[in-house]
Design a protein around this ligand. Structure first.
Ligand SMILES: Nc1ncnc2c1ncn2[C@@H]1O[C@H](COP(=O)(O)OP(=O)(O)OP(=O)(O)O)[C@@H](O)[C@H]1O
Length: 362
């Protein structure tokens, strides 16, 4: 009892500082702080490693200006596991589906850069290309010729590109073969790739869904233990209308939508810097407002994004200090936090936190 009386005020103080720092309520961050004598440990349930040093400095500064003092503060991250209706896949804590209603809005490009951005924020990440009919992830990762190795002819070791594990139908069958598969076969193939890949321990598996919101996407969203989704759209009315169908689809299968990413928000002239909203303005913002969803971020129509995708040299990895990479990391942090808050809201404070017990459905 004596111990508790002594540390509780510091705990409360740090929770208040943290809540202000992340624009949250104090109650939402209570579990993140633990005080042991004069040592403080802050464990964030989302990926934001690039901010840990800054956050630690902020906490120390606030403590200095307060009546409290501590010997040491550590800031680290530990991603929790979200609940799903379907049994989880071995070693995977959370599956995030990246979807778009309309094709060609930059869903795959965003999924790839987001995966690397999450990794740079300290998460263990993999990517699965579910675009059975037009797998583009192998091209974007620059390892089109790779194929998964199998020691037992049953399970696949996923190829690795730029430090990220990935699997795709594109590594397994010629494009023309998959292109004629009917819907159920495509969903079955995806489920099989997901289950038979020897994924290492992952905080997030990003799934690049095929474009659209038809039966195939719905079946995939139902059959796969998706923890949450992200919708990519352009600000154009046509894309927004389809993005709404995407939100409706995830609502139907009870998969939370973490937020929207507005891609190709504007074109910025490389010579004069003028911004031109080619695909209209404020589309993502108004859609996010309409559905009460966060707008996780916006990316410009930019030649570098296209060139890096075509060349198989993911922008976030090869240009990590660029403004664009920074934007992808901001989106990654926002998505990861949104997921952590949704996980916390959905489960009581007990057993599902921390590393999951690795198990496979019977
Ligand atoms: N912000 C951007 N700026 C410039 N080019 C982009 C941007 N985002 C994506 N692209 C380019 O647009 C094209 C389509 O992108 P991508 O394949 O990611 O879209 P998609 O929505 O996944 O398409 P599909 O629905 O056909 O799978 C690609 O050539 C890609 O390089």
């Amino acid at each position: 009892m004596f111990f508790r009386r002594k540390t509780q005020p510091i705990q409360d103080f740090l929770c208040k500082v943290l809540a202000e720092y992340f624009s949250l309520e104090s109650a939402e961050v209570t579990d993140w702080v633990s005080v042991d004598g004069a040592s403080v440990s802050v464990v964030l349930p989302f990926a934001c490693a690039t901010r840990h040093t800054q956050l630690k400095a902020h906490l120390l500064e606030q403590l200095q200006q307060s009546k409290f003092s501590v010997d040491d503060i550590t800031v680290s991250g530990q991603i929790h596991t979200g609940q799903t209706k379907q049994p989880p896949v071995k070693n995977i804590k959370n599956i995030i589906a990246v979807a778009s209603g309309k094709g060609g809005v930059g869903k795959s490009t965003t999924a790839v850069n987001l995966a690397y951005a999450l990794q740079q924020e300290g998460a263990r990440v993999g990517i699965l290309d579910a675009d059975i009919y037009g797998p583009s992830i192998p091209i974007m990762l620059g390892n089109e010729d790779a194929s998964p190795r199998s020691a037992d002819n049953k399970h696949m070791e996923p190829p690795e590109a730029w430090g990220l594990v990935a699997n795709s139908i594109g590594y397994l069958v010629p494009a023309e073969d998959a292109a004629v598969w009917r819907g159920p076969m495509a969903s079955r193939a995806l489920k099989q790739i997901l289950d038979e890949t020897l994924w290492p321990m992952l905080d997030y598996l990003i799934i690049d869904l095929p474009p659209g919101t038809g039966d195939i996407q719905l079946t995939m969203a139902q059959q796969i233990p998706v923890t949450a989704s992200i919708i990519v759209t352009t600000p154009q009315d046509l894309a927004l209308a389809d993005a709404q169908k995407g939100i409706a689809m995830f609502n139907k299968v009870d998969v939370p939508v973490l937020g929207l990413v507005e891609n190709m928000s504007y074109y910025q002239c490389v010579k004069c810097g003028h911004k031109d909203p080619i695909f209209s303005e404020y589309g993502g913002e108004s859609l996010a407002e309409k559905y009460g969803l966060p707008l996780l971020g916006a990316l410009p129509l930019n030649t570098q994004i296209r060139e890096h995708a075509d060349a198989g040299t993911p922008l976030v990895v090869t240009q990590p200090d660029s403004e664009l990479a920074n934007t992808y990391r901001e989106i990654a942090r926002a998505a990861s936090m949104s997921l952590a808050l949704s996980v916390a809201a959905a489960q009581d404070d007990s057993h599902l936190k921390g590393d999951p017990i690795s198990f496979k459905p019977a």
